[in-house]
Design a protein around this ligand. Structure first.
Ligand code: DX5
Ligand code: ZN
Length: 217
């Protein structure tokens, strides 16, 4: 089953509760956290996750684009995150492992994220502890960018690694995913699609979520 995770980066930040209720037919709420260091942009943080928690029953999929996320993962879990993903480029391997352990110790799902220039193999040391692997299909930092089709071999390689080592692990793609690009992602092996602009710019949001979920027809 394909899961859809609308990114609230494309929502109206003055009306987040309303915009989260608009995506109630989705599978996850994708929350992009940026610190102005790991990526050249600043978005939202722990208090916003905490305020969003009671507004939806959907799992909160918190994508941490921050330096040394091990410092903050427990606070995001306590604030109500259900899945917390950390970039493999954001710290040493040891600290990334520690971050995953801390998330799991809180009873939450943990994952690693790969930037476009990072090869599939970089996820290998973390696969055993990962409930989800996220492949960026744009440079992290901003919504509304163009999808990078050249990431598809990496998605396929990760699908093979996951099937071999940890078949329960989910495989998510993020960036520029829309009605034109969703199919190639699923064909490559992704089962969770993040979509910001493609969902929030739609005239009929539930219809768009259903169309993305049905991209294989
Ligand atoms: C980019 C974020 C994405 C972004 C996706 O750094 O991680 O989640 O919001 O937005 P779209 O779907 O518009 O590319
Ligand atoms: Zn994201």
């Amino acid at each position: 089953m394909i899961k859809i995770a609308p990114s609230i980066l494309a929502a109206d930040f003055a009306n987040l509760q309303r915009d989260i209720q608009r995506i109630s037919t989705a599978d996850y709420v994708h929350v992009d956290v940026m610190d102005g260091m790991f990526v050249p942009n600043i978005s939202i943080g722990i208090p916003v996750v905490q305020s969003l928690r009671p507004t939806t029953e959907l799992p909160l999929d918190v994508h941490l684009m921050i330096t040394q996320p091990v410092r903050y993962v427990e606070q995001f879990c306590d604030a109500g995150a259900d899945l917390v993903t950390v970039h493999v480029e954001s710290d040493t391997g040891e600290n990334i492992l520690e971050a995953l352990r801390k998330i799991r110790a809180k009873g939450k799902r943990a994952g690693v994220v790969l930037k476009p220039a990072t090869p599939a193999e970089a996820a290998a040391p973390f696969l055993e502890l990962a409930d989800i692997v996220l492949v960026m299909t744009v440079e992290p930092g901003f919504g509304g960018q163009k999808f990078m089709p050249d990431m598809m071999p990496k998605v396929a390689a990760l699908r093979a690694m996951i099937d071999g080592k940890n078949p329960g692990c989910e495989l998510e793609v993020d960036g520029g995913v829309d009605l034109n690009t969703c199919r190639t992602c699923v064909e490559a092996g992704a089962n969770v699609l993040v979509a910001g602009s493609a969902v929030y710019k739609a005239e009929n949001i539930p219809e768009r979520i259903a169309a993305l979920r049905n991209c294989m027809g």
